[in-house]
Design a protein. Structure first.
Length: 222
């Protein structure tokens, strides 16, 4: 089975599929596109006009990262999804929660003014507090078992580590479980190799191009 992932180099939703593919040691090709000027062939095959897409055997197109990750998991044992239907459903809920966290993180990064920034900041702190409350002893979201929730939230935590180093959004000591979770994720080759080596520079360059209030906090020199 030939798999090709269609990607944008800064997209956290793409990144979580890359993490899943790499964690499960799946061979795949990747093609990068410019989302600000997407090629016609991409718009023809992407129902929502978003990345990632996973093209299977050059023919079938899967879209939405959560769907792609479940497919990859289904075809490559051992499965990361839990066997118990209720536990699996709960994980799907937390994957969706992670998706919303990513969207609110993006709103924080590109906030147009101080008010928008503060509103997004309030939301993301509440989200981090909820994740902190949900986490147990680790190292992963479900304890000893790495899951698709971990793959989903790794891009979120990676970006917060970068942003918090440049502009203090929160005190890591207030979120010790989240900090331990990110430390464990950061050690995984699947996570480290899921972004370009110059990812932080690319992200900051993107924020500077976007303008607005957030980049003034994040995109300057460390």
């Amino acid at each position: 089975m030939h798999l090709k992932l269609v990607s944008f180099d800064l997209c956290p939703f793409v990144q979580r599929s890359v993490i899943t593919l790499r964690y499960k040691q799946v061979d795949f090709d990747i093609e990068y596109i410019d989302l600000e000027n997407p090629p016609g062939w991409f718009l023809e095959i992407s129902p929502l006009g978003k990345v990632p897409l996973l093209i299977v055997d050059g023919e079938t197109v899967l879209f939405e990262s959560a769907v792609i990750n479940e497919f990859v998991d289904d075809i490559t044992p051992p499965r990361l999804q839990q066997e118990d239907p209720l536990a699996r459903a709960l994980d799907r809920g937390w994957v969706e929660y992670g998706s919303q966290c990513i969207m609110d993180q993006y709103a924080l990064m590109v906030a147009s003014d101080a008010q928008a920034f503060e509103e997004a900041h309030h939301r993301v702190l509440a989200q981090l507090a909820r994740l902190e409350q949900k986490l147990g002893g680790g190292p992963w979201f479900n304890g000893a078992h790495f899951s698709l929730v971990d793959a989903t939230c790794a891009p979120l935590l990676m970006r917060y580590a970068i942003l918090n180093r440049r502009h203090r959004l929160f005190d890591e000591d207030d979120y010790p479980r989240l900090h331990r979770w990110w430390q464990a994720l950061a050690e995984l080759e699947a996570v480290r190799g899921s972004v370009p080596e110059d990812f932080e520079d690319r992200l900051m360059a993107y924020l500077r191009r976007r303008g607005g209030y957030g980049p003034g906090s994040f995109a300057g020199q460390v």
